[in-house]
Design a protein around this ligand. Structure first.
Ligand code: NI
Length: 392
């Protein structure tokens, strides 16, 4: 085996208990998006103890740690997220969340602990580092507009953009000790849809005296599906889901005045994304106009499509194979979830890969964002080691 890899694996073994305890502390004290004050302070205290420099107060709780190597080279960046989700944890872990109704159910505790661990290891290996390494700890990945876009708007990298940015994300579909990677388009854009249909309420037995927003809403839900099936190019992945319908009032014998709906539109093509938005608006408006109702459609732009840059991703995959062996490195398919890391990827060659966290017998089959979500902590060894190896 490559002697550098052997050395990294030894250093990571030494530091692993500390990384696990950092992760457990974060898990026990989760904070919501853009409110990660304690999380940020806790991690920065550890940087202080090791005299690692950082810039803080970036979009509130965000910070960027920096290590300058002993050899000349480019600026390269790595990223982790700080925030947790508004979920009440249902696990029986001894380090279960102490903050009521908040849980690290998306593994951001793992990402932050691993990136900080990598930072600590690399700080001891400065002489071997080429160029400057930036470790971006970002707030608010789980909430629009997303901490990544705000950090970029805040000019987080200054005058010199990094030549690459890499992030890892927990992945319960793979076992701890394995990783997954996908070059090119990997994740979808994601936009929120808010629709309000105002009709005219009245007695359910006299619909001819009313404008029934429930019937119109039903028509709208089905018509929106035709935007995907009839307007969208079938070879471009697209999803439109209405996840919530609510009438203001109404009963068995009452037609309500208004129906509100919420949903999501996701795709993997930015041009089609724009077109689909205007189809959504005109479909809703015209259906309602034809029946004398009024419609309001609000589309809230979320994250763009996430593209893993080809050359960087190929290089990362090669390094993964060197580090863990080809049987632990999986090619994984595209998915329709979204990530605000995509904003970084729009400006910098980027690679977002997956860290397996399932236990070996597949006992925990709960996905991210589940109140039962758990990780096999042996994954942290790979999570730290791989980041160090990629940085070197
Ligand atoms: Ni996440």
């Amino acid at each position: 085996m490559n002697p550098v890899i052997t050395a990294i694996k030894e250093k990571v073994k030494d530091i692993l208990p500390e990384v696990v305890s950092i992760r457990r502390h974060l898990h026990q004290h989760p904070e919501l998006s853009f409110q990660e004050t304690e999380t940020s302070a806790f991690l920065r205290r550890i940087l202080d103890q090791h005299q690692i420099e950082y810039r803080d107060n970036l979009v509130g709780t965000g910070f960027v740690a920096e290590i300058t190597g002993g050899q000349p080279g480019p600026v390269r960046a790595f990223r982790a997220e700080l925030d947790a989700l508004p979920i009440e944890e249902m696990t029986e872990l001894p380090y279960k969340s102490m903050n009521l109704g908040i849980m690290h159910a998306c593994g951001h505790d793992v990402h932050s602990a691993c990136l900080l661990g990598a930072c600590l290891v690399l700080n001891e290996m400065k002489a071997e580092i080429k160029g400057r390494l930036l470790f971006v700890f970002q707030p608010g990945e789980e909430k629009l507009p997303g901490g990544a876009s705000l950090m970029l708007a805040d000019n987080v990298f200054g005058a010199v953009l990094p030549v690459s940015i890499v992030a890892q994300h927990v992945f319960p579909e793979l076992k701890a000790g394995e990783v997954g990677i996908c070059a090119g388009l990997y994740m979808a854009s994601s936009d929120e849809i808010y629709i309000s249909i105002k009709g005219k309420g009245g007695h359910a037995a006299m619909p001819h005296n009313c404008i029934d927003p429930i019937v119109l809403a039903s028509e709208v839900v089905l018509a929106l599906q035709q935007i995907i099936s009839r307007h969208g190019n079938p070879i471009i992945p697209s999803v439109l889901t209405i996840g919530k319908i609510e009438s203001t009032g109404g009963a068995t014998n009452v037609i309500p005045d208004e129906v509100k709906m919420e949903g999501t539109f996701r795709t993997m093509d930015e041009a089609w994304r724009e077109k689909a938005h205007s189809h959504i608006i005109s479909t809703v408006e015209h259906i309602c106009l034809a029946k004398g109702a009024t419609a309001e459609v609000k589309l809230v732009r979320g994250y763009p499509c996430l593209i893993n840059e080809g050359n960087l991703t190929a290089a990362v995959k090669d390094k993964m194979v060197d580090f863990m062996g080809i049987d632990k490195v999986h090619d994984i398919p595209k998915r329709m979830t979204s990530e605000d890391f995509a904003f970084f990827a729009q400006q910098i060659p980027a690679c977002f890969f997956r860290l397996g966290v399932s236990d070996q017998d597949g006992k925990w089959k709960h996905g991210v964002h589940s109140p039962h979500f758990q990780v096999d902590e042996t994954a942290l060894e790979v999570g730290v080691g791989l980041m160090v190896w990629l940085a070197l």
